[in-house]
Design a protein around this ligand. Structure first.
Ligand code: F6R
Length: 601
């Protein structure tokens, strides 16, 4: 989603801004822009509805000696107003001196715009963010300092967001945020603001995360104002540069799919023992609970579904998933443990859900890939899912990391609550420890078998995904990946539901992907679609179209349930989505309309 960068540096501002915007490309965007202070106290503004590379090309025609090291930049993911150059950030006030980049939504924008327009302000875009520039302009006209002008402006705007303002006249840059991520860092070469630390690259050794009410000015040293008497903690920045490269892969998605077996092994090494002896749960210092609600969105919600199933199956613990944007409808008792599952930890729907009256009395455990996120700060405890950087916008390896981490938390908590004994936790862990090999085996098979299958689907308008029991959530994840990457419709159903209506969709040649984790019932469902001429792709044991399921098949397992269900089925579905997307000419790392960090509701 929208990305913000800003710098006050001794180096070239355009170079820094373009490089750091490139580092934020993974968040997803549809237009981009920068504004750099000129030596004469004006600003050069460049915007594009194409990629950051387009700005770099535009810069080549500019005499850079006219520019200072002060500037701001933005990648936009449209909410208010269509995708166009005039709607791309930075936005300016009437004087052309105040430049604003903003990530979030201003809920009372119409009202503010009407007031400002009737006071004589001229708007040049359809974007809510532009009101900020005009509000700051008014504050400055009344003699306010830039930092105070921003504080007062935020007070007048309803909603959440991160804002950075540059006054090209003075060359000052201030930033503030409310319920939205914004980080600041200082180095010998200057000071920097950004939506996330990936923007900083190797330039800084530490950073600070702005809290609600903080206002910071890029200066040496940083100048903190706002309503808080103290400064946020300083966090050490470990640059993950080598991890971010493609290392010979054609795209990040391919690399991240491949990383999954090794990642699974790393996670199990890290949390395995502490899951079985309960110390993982004890270290969180959370109270006992008798119900679980897992709140999330998209892929994280699917991962939550598998974790909820583990609570139910192993501990007979009532556990449900709650779609974050619908959480206001959930009825939860105070003894419910809320697990907020979020890769980014910045998903606005989740943060808003946790603010709801119905969740306010519950303890919140965050399972997140970002220990410095807004969610991590809001939660009563956090467990990192430690997937490393995921650059592909569509989630792949973070899904596997969330599932394994979440299941480890479930086992550990159930053990501590006396619902699963030690022998059982050990045997569950033994099963989990087979997962890296199963994932590796599935990966090898998928890479071999799936590409020709994908090529056969090139003209298919859509695909149905089916599963039963633990396989249903994987079918959901497979369908989500296919939609996100190929822009074709894809629906998932519990296979048994098919005959209650959706079977109407199946005709000669309809592609149907089945997560076939074994058993006679799913065999019956497969027969139903085959009888109607479906183009069947089964992911199961030997004899399946994609024989990628090993130990997760129901037959060889005593209780018919693996700790994570058929987790390895997700890999062929990721590969299928990627291959078909490539065949269709899609950008698999940056699919349209998908954002990595969804910071608006
Ligand atoms: C799917 C995808 C999204 C995210 C969802 C939640 O590939 O990327 O569905 O899973 O937006 O995001 P997080 O996990 O950051 O809360």
């Amino acid at each position: 989603m929208c990305g913000i960068v800003a710098c006050r540096t001794t180096d070239s501002a355009p170079d820094y801004l373009c490089e750091s915007l490139e580092a934020l490309e993974y968040r997803g965007y549809d237009s981009v822009g920068i504004a750099v202070q000129t030596v004469g106290g004006g600003a050069l503004r460049l915007r594009s509805t194409r990629r950051v590379a387009d700005l770099v090309e535009q810069m080549a025609a500019v005499a850079t000696r006219e520019l200072t090291g002060v500037g701001i930049g933005h990648t936009r993911w449209a909410t208010h107003g269509g995708v166009s150059e005039r709607n791309a950030h930075p936005h300016t006030d009437c004087t052309g001196s105040v430049h604003v980049v903003h990530n979030g939504i201003i809920e009372n924008c119409d009202e503010l715009r009407a007031t400002l327009t009737s006071a004589g302000h001229l708007f040049s875009s359809d974007v809510d963010s532009e009101v900020i520039a005009h509000l700051v302009e008014d504050e400055l006209a009344f003699g306010a300092d830039l930092a105070d002008a921003l504080s007062h402006t935020i007070d007048r705007c309803e909603g959440s967001g991160a804002i950075v303002v540059m006054d090209s006249h003075s060359g000052r840059i201030v930033g503030a945020s409310r319920h939205a991520p914004l980080v600041v860092a200082a180095s010998p070469n200057g000071s920097f603001l950004a939506s996330d630390i990936s923007a900083f690259g190797p330039r800084v050794a530490s950073f600070q995360v702005l809290r609600d009410g903080d206002v910071v000015e890029l200066a040496a040293p940083l100048r903190w104002t706002g309503i808080r008497p103290d400064q946020p903690d300083v966090v050490t920045h470990e640059w993950a540069g080598t991890e971010l490269g493609l290392h010979g892969y054609p795209d990040h998605m391919a690399k991240e799919i491949d990383e999954q077996p090794e990642l699974a092994a790393r996670i199990l090494d890290r949390v395995g023992a502490s899951a079985t002896n309960g110390s993982l749960w004890r270290s969180l210092d959370l109270p006992d609970f008798d119900r679980v609600a897992i709140v999330g969105c998209g892929t994280s919600l699917n991962a939550g579904g598998i974790v909820a199933a583990a609570f139910r199956r192993f501990g007979r613990m009532p556990a449900e998933t709650v779609i974050a944007s619908e959480a206001a409808e959930a009825v939860l008792s105070p003894r419910t443990l809320v697990i907020a599952m979020s890769q980014s930890g910045e998903t606005a729907d989740i943060l808003r859900a946790l603010d709801g009256d119905n969740l306010a009395l519950c303890q919140v455990l965050a399972i997140t890939n970002n220990p410095h996120s807004s969610l991590a700060r809001r939660a009563n405890a956090i467990v990192e899912c430690s997937a490393g950087h995921e650059i592909g916008v569509a989630a792949t390896k973070t899904f596997v990391a969330q599932v394994l981490t979440g299941v480890a938390v479930a086992i550990s908590a159930l053990h501590e609550l006396g619902r699963v004994d030690r022998a059982n936790t050990e045997s569950i862990l033994d099963d989990l420890r087979r997962m890296p090999d199963l994932l590796a085996q599935s990966l090898t098979i998928a890479k071999d078998v799936v590409p020709p299958l994908a090529a056969q689907l090139i003209d298919a308008p859509g695909v149905i995904f089916l599963g039963r029991g633990a396989g249903v959530v994987y079918a959901a994840e497979g369908a989500l990946k296919l939609k996100e990457l190929t822009y074709r419709w894809a629906e998932h159903y519990p296979a048994g539901e098919l005959k209650h209506g959706p079977l109407a969709l199946v005709e000669e040649g309809t592609p149907v992907v089945v997560v076939d984790s074994g058993g006679s019932r799913i065999a019956g469902n497969i027969a139903e679609v085959a009888a109607r001429g479906a183009r069947l792709i089964t992911i199961g044991g030997a004899g399946s179209t994609i024989p990628a399921l090993g130990h997760s098949l129901i037959a060889p397992v005593d209780n018919g349930f693996q700790p994570c269900g058929p987790l390895e089925s997700v890999i062929p579905m990721q590969v299928l989505a990627r291959e078909l997307a490539l065949d269709l000419g899609r950008d698999v790392d940056k699919p349209r309309n998908l954002a990595k960090s969804v910071t608006v509701e």
